[in-house]
Design a protein around this ligand. Structure first.
Ligand code: NAD
Ligand code: UDP
Length: 313
């Protein structure tokens, strides 16, 4: 039985990952400060004797005995990570230093949840792992983008200097049950607006694109990445390459919820990437043929059901 630490384990993705790791017979510790995560995401796991939760902030050192670490602690939605940009940078950078120190001391394998945001507003399409990105260091998204870029750099330096067994994945837009209802991300916003019959808020003209991945596909990719041979550290893109405009997403959600909501338009936020699509050739090759199984409509139906039942709408 492996003892596995998941930082950010009470968050949207972290809670699904903890659930899956427990199902596979591991001893799981979720560490979280509940900034954007919540106890309700992991309540159903608390009866499991092999699950523990620690309320702690990753910017402060911590000492645990573990075999593997998944480092997810960091607010992920633009609204939340821009709420306190300095704290977001500290979480990515000081958090990485603390988990890497732990991995070094315990000789533990460690996976970093990096992001497609390291590519910024990409000039290469679709994005391959070899692309260095186009990030505005001074813009409102930089606290997240540069924090995550620096974390990747810390990971590779701990690998080369200290022989730490690292894995880096770059996650593309992921959605599903347990997304925070108020975090402002597009899938949760549109579903809640459609269910309530409110106007659907499109930023810009809705022609910007994203490629949406259902959370179960991501968790499968994370676990496969953790199991790759020593020395293979990535980075590896994990996402669903089916690309949609934001307007198409709104129209699909209106159809699936049979909503009467209308589309309304607001200015596009600064530095909002105009297109995003992962090239997943490397993941397919190195993660035993991994590829996303759940396509947009199927995943949206599950997510709509979740918001309907939890928000009572
Ligand atoms: P989330 O906000 O639901 O989860 C983040 C978790 O980290 C929350 O439980 C939060 O309370 C916790 N956290 C934040 N700061 C912390 C701190 N200082 N100390 C301890 N815990 C802290 O977001 P998510 O979508 O589940 O994202 C999880 C990870 O995946 C993040 O690192 C994010 O950058 C990465 N990621 C997510 C996406 C996506 O589309 N969801 C895309 C790319 C990367
Ligand atoms: N967006 C939108 N309306 C919303 C929320 C988001 O049009 O209510 C747009 C946003 O401007 C971006 C895309 O949807 O172009 C995805 O936004 P999200 O915050 O989900 O993630 P991002 O990929 O930008 O980090």
């Amino acid at each position: 039985m492996k003892r596995i630490l998941v930082t950010g384990g009470a968050g949207f993705i972290g809670s699904h990952l903890c659930e899956r790791l427990l199902e596979e017979g591991n001893d799981v510790i979720a560490l979280d400060n509940y900034f954007t995560g919540s106890k309700s995401n992991i309540l159903h796991l608390l009866d499991n004797k092999y699950f523990e939760v620690i309320r702690h902030d990753v910017t402060m050192p911590f000492y645990l005995e573990v075999d593997e670490i998944y480092n997810l602690a960091c607010p992920a939605s633009p609204v939340h990570y821009q709420h306190n940009g300095i704290k977001t940078i500290k979480t990515s950078v000081m958090g990485a230093i603390n988990v890497l120190g732990l991995a070094k001391r315990k000789n533990a394998r460690i996976l970093q949840a990096s992001t497609s945001e390291v590519y910024g507003d990409p000039k290469v399409h679709p994005q391959t792992e070899t692309y260095w990105g186009n990030v505005n260091t001074l813009g409102p998204r930089a606290c997240y983008d540069e924090g995550k870029r620096c974390a990747e750099t810390l990971f590779v330096n701990y690998q080369t200097q200290n022989n730490v067994d690292i894995k880096i994945i770059r996650i593309f837009n992921t959605y599903g049950p347990r997304m925070h209802p108020n975090d402002g991300r597009v899938v949760s916003n549109f579903i809640i607006q459609a269910l309530k019959g409110d106007d659907i808020t499109i930023y810009g003209d809705g022609s910007q694109t994203r490629s949406f991945q259902y959370v179960d596909d991501l968790v499968e990719g994370m676990i496969r990445m953790m199991k790759t041979e020593k020395g293979f550290s990535g980075p590896v893109n994990i996402g669903n390459p089916n690309e949609f405009t934001i307007k198409q997403l709104a129209e699909t959600i209106i159809t699936l919820t049979k909503s009467k909501s209308k589309l309304i338009y607001f200015p596009l936020p600064q530095d909002d990437p105009s297109q995003r699509q992962p090239d997943i050739s490397l993941a397919k090759k190195r993660l035993k043929g991994w590829e996303p199984k759940i396509q947009l409509e199927e995943g949206l139906v599950k997510t709509i059901e979740y918001f309907k039942s939890t928000l009572n709408i």
